[in-house]
Design a protein around this ligand. Structure first.
Ligand code: CP3
Length: 342
């Protein structure tokens, strides 16, 4: 699998590519199935449909890896938080976690109630071509905690930051619970057949630089140490979004660092490439036209020439992206990086 070779810094004939949120609303096939099934959560929980949606972008785009179709919030949902996805509002928890009493109500071993996820992993792996990797994933404890405490997406992170600064022991208790459950949740995905695991810290940039290690990165390291010790052959990707000043401190037992679109790729390469494969970091907005794509591909392939690299966007694809331009992007990355590697 070229994707796994790149994760482990082995030489590849061209740069592998996949797209964050590659299964989703920009694809007419996804919208049709989503309308048929009804709710997003029902789609995640149906093994048959989640398998189909996971495979849609593989067949259409010819990317080098599939990512399990699910969400980072299914774990807290299994822990007892009532989750819905509302149009124009995104995810909402009806009963957010507000105090120590709420922590006691969280279900232990919730990962055991997520058999539908493991069944989907197994079903996708069975159908996926042997040359393509399957990525399993979870949210970082910090990023998942932001939704559990705020009850929805937030621009200010006001509630969780009040907790963090006035009651750090509460925050650490919640983060520890999530860390434990996430370890086992990801382990089950590996046992079901995932070839790689990605941990999304999408709200890393809500934390000030001086608090990032203590309230987020430390917990991601705990998860990666646990997984790497037991499953060293499984590639591990961390995606700490929007924390460029933290790059020099990134260190630990994992293989790939996801670089978001706001970071200078030259700087990330010079700071991290001796140790890690980099994944990223095209601005998803540059999918606008063939010209903007050509320019972005040439630039990124040129910067990463001779280094281990997985091409991706620096965050999720937008629902407005044109599928045929995404397909064009994949072709161009394969073609231009293939020439560059010769
Ligand atoms: O193709 C893939 O990448 C796999 C599936 C995937 C989804 N969510 C499907 C989804 C993955 C890996 C995620 C991760 C996720 N979910 C993250 C981390 C990645 C990131 O983008 O930062 C976060 C923060 C979430 C939480 C979440 N789920 C939000 C904020 C939203 C609403 C956003 C929006 O665009 O409306 C979701 C819903 C969601 N997750 C959708 C999909 C395809 C849209 C659901 C729909 O069909 O309406």
């Amino acid at each position: 699998m070229i994707f796994i070779d790149a994760c482990f810094k082995k030489p590849t004939d061209y740069t592998p590519i996949w797209i964050m949120r590659q299964a989703g609303r920009y694809m007419p096939e996804y919208r049709a199935l989503r309308a048929e099934v009804g709710s997003f959560l029902d789609l995640c929980k149906s093994v048959k449909h989640a398998t189909e949606v996971t495979l849609q972008p593989i067949n259409y785009l010819n990317v080098d890896a599939a990512i399990l179709f699910s969400d980072i919030l299914t774990l807290p949902n299994a822990m007892g938080l009532d989750l819905s996805f509302e149009a124009n509002k995104g995810p909402v928890f009806a009963n957010p976690v507000q105090n120590e009493k709420d922590l006691l109500k969280l279900k232990n071993n919730a990962f055991k109630d997520m058999q539908y996820v493991y069944d989907t992993v197994q079903s996708v792996r069975g159908k996926l071509d042997k040359s393509k990797a399957l990525i399993g994933f979870a949210g970082s404890p910090w990023t998942v905690a932001t939704y559990m405490v705020e009850g929805s997406g937030t621009k200010t992170f006001y509630n969780i930051k009040q907790k963090l600064y006035t009651d750090p022991s509460f925050m650490h208790k919640l983060l520890e619970i999530l860390t434990e459950q996430t370890k086992f949740y990801l382990e089950e995905q590996i046992k079901a057949g995932a070839d790689a695991i990605m941990i999304f810290d999408s709200w890393a940039n809500a934390l000030p630089y001086e608090d990032y290690y203590e309230f987020s990165f430390k917990y991601m390291l705990e998860i990666s140490n646990y997984l790497k010790e037991k499953y060293p052959h499984i590639a591990l990707i961390l995606f700490p979004k929007g924390v460029s000043s933290f790059l020099p401190q990134i260190n630990g037992n994992f293989d790939v660092v996801g670089i978001d679109w706001s970071i200078s790729l030259e700087y990330a390469r010079d700071t991290l490439s001796h140790k890690y494969t980099l994944q990223g970091n095209m601005d998803p907005s540059k999918i606008h036209s063939k010209e903007t794509i050509d320019e972005a591909v040439e630039r990124i392939v040129d910067i990463m020439k001779g280094k281990s690299h997985i091409f991706n966007f620096g965050h999720g694809i937008m629902p407005t992206a044109k599928p045929e331009l995404v397909k064009y992007l994949v072709e161009q990355v394969h073609k231009k990086s293939g020439i560059a590697s010769r």
